[in-house]
Write a protein that binds this ligand. Structure first.
Ligand code: FAD
Length: 450
């Protein structure tokens, strides 16, 4: 690869979304040159929460490829067979595979695409550059490299949601769940009092994991709601993961989409699976019988202030009851923020678009509300400059919950259907994607690469 080779497709991030894209490009016979840039030094899937005993919430048949291609070499079933574990897995009769097992599957598939991925590089900036061949995207990475591409597919997942009260104290002892295991490893050996903020599946898994550790003295669960609530796993609600639901949802007015998403929130947010709720309720009962306060639950509560207390690295949390407005304090050595991820949209804590789009946002088609207008095929039309006739193409792979519905909230279930939509679109003539009103004669000069 030369420094300024122009790639047909530049993928940012190589998690399950862009991995599924790579599989689909190969299986549908896409012939363009593709390159992926991934921040992690090797393939990983939610490594920081690879907690013992945690399972996935997805039928493993709905893997990276199987719904489109049952004969694919990259199915979960084929993975198990290749490891000599298919019979054992079937014998286990588990509803869902362990997260560790599924991570192994994803890594096994990713190994086949190793040559297409530059690991250990974080994309920092996306701009448009002019070359002798016309306009291209230019992607810069944290190590000073740059990549050129005709099409960019962003598959980075979303940014962690950090409640404002914690923003100034993030560090080794106050961290988001996406840093859980590595942060805890560094704190090993102390009798820790840990506050876990949030009522999500991640929160309850982390509470259970902490209670299983000898060096944790106490675990406090702080959440705004009544306590860990059951996820909506009705097959009727889970229709959001079906491609036909996306077809139904996509054309609805923005306000209707917001209402439906709010109604269906407990499919994916601030809700937990029955098995972990049952486990925690049993553990809690056990502590109550023993008269132990090792586990404390603080429902209807939010942390309203955090300040250092004393010299021992303790965080004094002011915890407010959201209904009575009464306050108490809790001194924690560690605070884990199992507070989810930021949405894209116009809500109070939303991001209007992915941060990497900041320098190209003025070229993107926007909705009436001023956020990127994502088409059904997950592309965002890019206004054309006057250099060259080839339009630029941008796709959002896994970042389209507001426009495409809950299934796009990073769910594994829709990976293969979505990557099929994207690759089929990639194989169309590029002009088909740019509406006439977006063809401008604006110049975006950049002499550097000409
Ligand atoms: C703990 C946990 C468990 C989950 N379990 C399930 C489950 O069981 N079932 C389910 O359906 N969903 C689950 N999810 C939802 C999850 O979003 C999906 O499983 C899946 O990870 C989404 O894939 P993705 O590729 O879109 O995002 P990610 O998995 O987040 O992958 C994005 C990749 O992009 C890389 N990246 C990010 N920014 C940059 C950058 N600037 N430059 C380069 N690389 C970058 C990241 O390092 C990462 O590897 C879970 C989420 C979590 C946090």
């Amino acid at each position: 690869m030369t420094e300024h080779e122009i790639h047909s497709v530049l993928g940012i991030g190589f998690g399950p979304a862009n991995l599924s894209l790579a599989v689909t490009m190969e299986e549908l016979g896409y012939t363009g040159r593709s390159r992926f840039v991934e921040r992690a030094t090797d393939f990983q899937w939610q490594d920081e929460q690879l907690i013992d005993g945690a399972d996935i919430q997805n039928n493993p048949f709905r893997d990276l490829t199987m719904p489109r291609n049952t004969g694919s070499a990259y199915t979960f079933v084929n993975y198990l067979a290749s490891q000599g574990r298919l019979t054992d897995y079937l014998h286990l009769n588990a509803k869902f595979p362990l997260r560790r097992e599924y991570a192994g599957y994803l890594r096994w598939v990713a190994d086949s695409f190793r040559d297409a991925v530059d690991y250990g590089r974080s994309a920092t900036r996306l701009t448009v550059a002019d070359t002798a061949d016309g306009e291209v995207f230019r992607l810069e990475t944290d190590d000073g490299r740059q990549y050129l591409g005709e099409t960019v597919v962003i598959g980075t997942g979303r940014s962690p949601r950090i409640p404002p009260v914690f923003r100034r104290c993030l560090g080794p002892t106050v961290f988001h769940a996406t840093r859980y295991l590595s942060s805890l490893r560094r704190l090993r050996g102390r009798a820790l009092r840990v506050a876990v903020v949030g009522g999500s599946q991640s929160a309850i898994e982390i509470v259970l994991d902490l209670l299983g550790r000898d060096d944790v003295a106490q675990v406090v669960s702080v959440q705004r709601g009544i306590g860990f609530r059951l996820k909506d796993t009705s097959p009727y609600s889970r229709r959001v993961f079906l491609p036909e639901f996306i077809d139904y949802f996509y054309p609805l007015p923005a306000e209707t989409k917001r209402r439906i998403r709010a109604e269906l929130r407990s499919i994916n947010y601030a809700a937990c699976d029955q098995d972990v709720i049952d486990r925690l309720a049993t553990v809690q009962h056990e502590y109550e019988l023993k008269g132990s306060d090792r586990l404390r639950l603080m429902p209807f509560s939010e942390v309203s202030e955090v300040a250092p207390h004393g010299n021992g690295g303790v965080h004094r949390l002011v915890v407010r009851d959201v209904n009575t407005d009464t306050r108490g304090v809790y001194d924690a050595d560690v605070v884990v923020l199992a507070t989810g991820f930021r949405d894209f949209g116009l809500g109070p804590d939303d991001e209007p678009y992915h941060p990497l789009l900041a320098d190209v946002a003025d070229r993107l088609a926007l909705t009436d509300e001023g956020i990127p207008a994502v088409a059904r095929d997950y592309s965002v039309p890019v206004a054309r400059g006057s250099y060259g006739s080839r339009p630029l193409r941008l796709y959002l792979n896994g970042l389209c919950e507001a426009s495409h519905g809950m299934g796009d909230a990073g769910a594994l279930a829709v990976l293969s259907a979505r990557s099929t939509d994207i690759v089929e679109s990639l194989m169309l003539e590029p002009d088909a994607l740019v509406p006439d009103h977006l063809v401008t004669d604006r110049l975006v000069p950049d002499e550097a690469l000409r």
